[in-house]
Design a protein around this ligand. Structure first.
Ligand code: ZN
Length: 143
């Protein structure tokens, strides 16, 4: 598990052309995405993730949330936020309660950004999963 994880992180580091040894989700960003997921339930929500690299840590510290992108069927189908400066990936909720990326999610992951979060119902910190652009699950810390 450890070896696989460092390999995946290396791929992300290559993308940014910086050394990265861990991924941190800021406590405020975790709070925000839990809040957005809860307030959209039973609909999905989707947003872009913002972040920065500091001392070998990729820190996800911003959620770019646009409420009109949420929808009952699948929020990912209407996701059209371009990944621009500071935007490094996506986050969306799974009201169904599973954290597994769907086929459609994997397609999105490969096109938009490098790290992706799925938060599943009941939307607590332990329901947050992080994936790379291939859909490999990554370890992260909330700090
Ligand atoms: Zn999904």
């Amino acid at each position: 598990m450890e070896d696989f994880d460092s390999k995946f992180i290396d791929a992300i580091a290559n993308f940014f052309k910086r050394k990265i040894s861990k991924i941190i989700l800021s406590r405020q960003a975790a709070f925000d995405l839990i809040d957005f997921a809860q307030s959209n339930y039973p609909n999905e929500f989707i947003a872009a993730l913002g972040g920065k690299i500091k001392e070998e840590s990729l820190i996800i510290d911003r959620i770019y949330y646009q409420p009109f992108f949420s929808g009952k069927a699948s929020a990912t189908t209407s996701f059209k936020i371009p990944i621009g400066t500071g935007e490094i990936g996506t986050v969306h909720s799974h009201p169904s309660g599973t954290n597994r990326p769907s086929g459609q999610d994997l397609s999105l992951f490969s096109k938009k950004g490098v790290v992706h979060i799925i938060i599943s119902y009941p939307y607590e910190e332990r329901n947050i999963s992080l994936y790379d652009f291939h859909g490999n699950e990554l370890n992260f810390e909330i700090d």
